[in-house]
Structures are given as C-alpha cells and as structure tokens.
Ligand binder design. Structure first.
Ligand code: ACO
Length: 398
C-alpha cells in the first residue's frame, strides 16, 4: 500500500481504521471467537467445557502453554503459583499510602506497575526463564493485591495468603476473613468464582489486551505492560462496564420504570450498559454461563433483587427493534455484577475481579508477542489533518 501513490498523500495509500475495526494487529493461536455464532474457545477448547470441568489455574496453564497440563504438570504449576502469593512488605505499605476512598482499580494498576521496581530481573524480557518467573509471580500476586486493595477500602487489616487453600479459596479468605479462625468458603461460591475467573481469562484482542501488547512491544517489563492493560480495563466501555451495569440497575430501581429507561437509551440519552460488543453480534456465550451461575450463587446468598430488573431489561431489549437491528445482546458484564454484589463486593471492586483472572490471558498474549519474530514495535500510522509549515508568530503579535 505504501508504494501505491495517491494524489496529494505523502507515503502512498494507507488504511484508515480508527478502533481497529477491520485491522489485525497480530497473529495469535490463543483464543478463537466467532461473534456471529457466539462461539468462544481457548486453544480450541469450548468455553462451556472449560467452565464446567476445569479450574482457573488449569485454564491459565492452557492459555500460557497451549495444552492442558497432565497431573504432574498441574501439581507443579499450582505449587509454583502458591509459592509466590506473598507480597514484599514495602508493597503493603505502598497500598497503605492510598486515600481511604481510593478506587481499587487505581490501587491495583499502581501496585502492579510498582512490582516492576521490586523485580529488576523482569526487564530481561528476552530470557525465557526470566519471563516464566514474572508470569508465575504476577498470576500468584494479583489476588493478594486485589484483596489488599479491598481491605484498604474497608479500613480492615490485610489478611496474608493461606497457602493451604486453593487459588480462589485463598482469595476469598484474604477478602472476607474477619477473625483468627480459619476461613471456610462455601464450596458453591468457590466453584462460582472459579467459573467467573475461567470466563474472564482471555478474549483475544480486546482493548486491554491490545494495550498490553502495544506497550509490551517496546520490550518494557511485563508489570509495566500489564499496568497499562489494567488502565484500559478500568474504562466503562470495557471492564468498567460491570460496575456501570450495577449502578444502572440501581438507578432504574423498579420494573415499571424500564420502558422509560429504554426510551432514553433509544434517544441517545445513555447506553444500556452490559449490552453490545464489538465482536459478538449474538448472545455472548460467557453471559449465558454467568446467568446460570447466578442461580448457584443465589442459592447460598439469597436472590439479588436487581436480578428481576436485569431479566426484564434483557427481555424488553431483545424484542425491541432498536437492539434487534443493531444486534445488541447482553455481554459478559450484564450479569456478573449481580453475582459479585451477592458475594459481598461493592461495585468498585467488580473490575478488579475481572483484572485478576484476565492476567493469565494478558501474559499469554505478551509471551506470544515477545516470541513472535514477525512482531514489531506497535506504531500505527496517522492521517495528518493539521497545518503544514508556517512561520512562528511572536507572542505580542498574536
Ligand atoms: N446501548 C445502546 N446503544 C448501543 C449500545 C448500548 N450498550 N452499544 C452499541 N449501541 C449502538 C451504538 O450507539 C451504535 O448505534 P448507531 O449505529 O445508531 O450509531 C450501534 O449500536 C453500534 O455500536 P458501536 O458503538 O459502533 O459499537 P462498537 O463495537 O464500537 O462498541 C461497545 C462496542 C463499546 C461494547 C458498545 O456496544 C458499548 O458501549 N456497550 C456498553 C458498554 C459495555 O457493556 N461494555 C462492555 C463490553 S464487554 C467487555 O469489554 C468486557
């Protein structure tokens, strides 16, 4: 294209594709999505099968290594992750320095980036062993960082990891343990959290993964690259949508106010958060699984009263011409917040619960990027629309 001359355009013909709607930034063998059919596969395995039969750490291994682990490989991997769950005490103090009402995503983004200063070996991104160590460290420490951010907001003392527990049990204990007694989470809640973590583990070239790849392409350390990914995830059009959905449902308040709310959406006053997706033009397969998980969680916690509003909103939207014409369906964020709230999280924590499991996907994509000989530093072209050369005007003459 560069060689195809176009009148008046320096540098030849270029594609102009804001938001990369039709531009592939990489080749990837990790996650497959068919948005028209509503299919999601990690390394070829359907998400429905992984959610039913697997654990989060098993899926993380699959994303990172390309194959499911055998028993010995899984035991070794779980052991390695468990070994790295603790944080340096200075990092704890770093988190303590935030305001009492700091947003946990802000705390997570800053503290993950700060990890780079604790591990100078992370800068050696061309060394495979050093990369593996950082990947293990980050996956191990994310729940600890997320839980510390949560407890900071509550003004409660931080709970250190309990390495006798599984990845998700340990996370729940660090979040909710209130006494010296061992924390025993309900196995149905542990299972639901495992499922949610599996569903959020990867989603090919979404905004945050693209941020990790883009920043990682400069060969900066992975903590800095993942810090950038967390920033991208924080936004309400991406991972921040789960928080926005809950606020929206609370605002709608009662089922009889739904038609008025939908009219507002259709008139462009606001968006129906948790609806629509760049790739899915069909029901997001993750939303289907989450909807089912709601039942299991509500069996333990009692039904979240906002569920009725969410289900009615969905029903009305799926029959309304505005949404049908634009092929807008519930996405992963539409129902996840209802579960998180029932589990005892405030909306600010919802996106943290997305970032923790997405770390394995970000790092699998980062590893693929670093080892891909075809990849170059991300540096998109622009279509320049500004002035050309003109003379400087002194201040007193402007
Ligand atoms: N509510 C109302 N209208 C919508 C919505 C929505 N949630 N989503 C898209 N539309 C409309 C747009 O206004 C546009 O209408 P138009 O053609 O009349 O202008 C049309 O549908 C196409 O939408 P785009 O914005 O062009 O779609 P895009 O692929 O750029 O955006 C996105 C996708 C950002 C997810 C969008 O659907 C959205 O903002 N949804 C709400 C936020 C959300 O739930 N985000 C989470 C996504 S999943 C995730 O990141 C984990």
């Amino acid at each position: 294209l560069k060689k195809l001359a176009v009148d008046g355009e320096p540098g030849g013909l270029a594609t102009y594709d804001p938001g990369f709607v039709n531009t592939a930034s990489c080749r990837s063998a990790i996650t497959f999505i068919d948005g028209d059919e509503g299919i999601l596969e990690y390394r070829g395995y359907p998400i429905e099968q992984l959610a039913e039969h697997s654990t989060y750490l098993e899926v993380a291994y699959l994303l990172l290594n390309g194959e499911l682990p055998d028993r010995e490989q899984l035991d070794d991997w779980v052991h390695e992750v468990t070994y790295h769950t603790f944080l340096h005490e200075n990092l704890k103090q770093f988190i303590q320095g935030f305001r009492y009402d700091a947003h946990p995503m802000g705390m997570l983004m800053a503290s993950v980036s700060a990890l780079s200063t604790f591990y100078p070996d992370a800068r050696d991104v061309l060394d495979a062993d050093a990369r593996k160590l950082q990947i293990t460290r980050m996956i191990a420490k994310m729940p600890t960082l997320g839980a510390f951010a949560f407890r900071h907001g509550m003004g409660r003392p931080y709970v250190y990891p309990d390495n006798d527990l599984s990845y998700t049990e340990n996370f729940l204990a660090m979040l909710f343990k209130m006494s010296e007694r061992k924390y025993n989470a309900d196995p149905r809640l542990v299972k639901a959290l495992e499922v949610l973590f599996i569903l959020h583990a990867d989603h090919e070239q979404n905004c945050s993964t693209n941020a990790v790849r883009s920043v990682g392409s400069s060969q900066v350390d992975p903590y800095s690259a993942v810090g950038a990914g967390i920033g991208a995830l924080y936004g309400p059009l991406h991972g921040g949508a789960n928080e926005a959905v809950l606020r929206m449902l609370r605002e709608v308040k009662t089922v009889d106010r739904i038609p008025e709310f939908i009219d507002g959406v259709k008139n462009g006053k606001e968006k129906l958060m948790g609806f629509g997706h760049r790739v899915y033009k069909n029901y997001d397969p993750r939303a289907k699984i989450i909807k089912k998980a709601c039942d299991d969680v509500f069996e333990v916690t009692g039904v979240n009263p906002l569920l009725e509003i969410a289900m009615e909103l969905e029903k009305i939207a799926l029959e309304d011409e505005y949404f049908v014409k634009r092929r807008l369906y519930p996405n992963v964020d539409f129902y996840s917040g209802l579960i998180y709230e029932a589990l005892g999280f405030s909306p600010e924590m919802f996106t943290v619960l997305f970032a923790i499991p997405r770390t394995s996907g970000w790092l699998a994509q980062w590893e693929e990027l670093i080892t891909d000989k075809e990849q170059k530093i991300a540096r998109p072209k622009q279509i320049y629309t500004g002035y050309r050369t003109r003379d400087f005007v002194p201040l007193d003459q402007r």
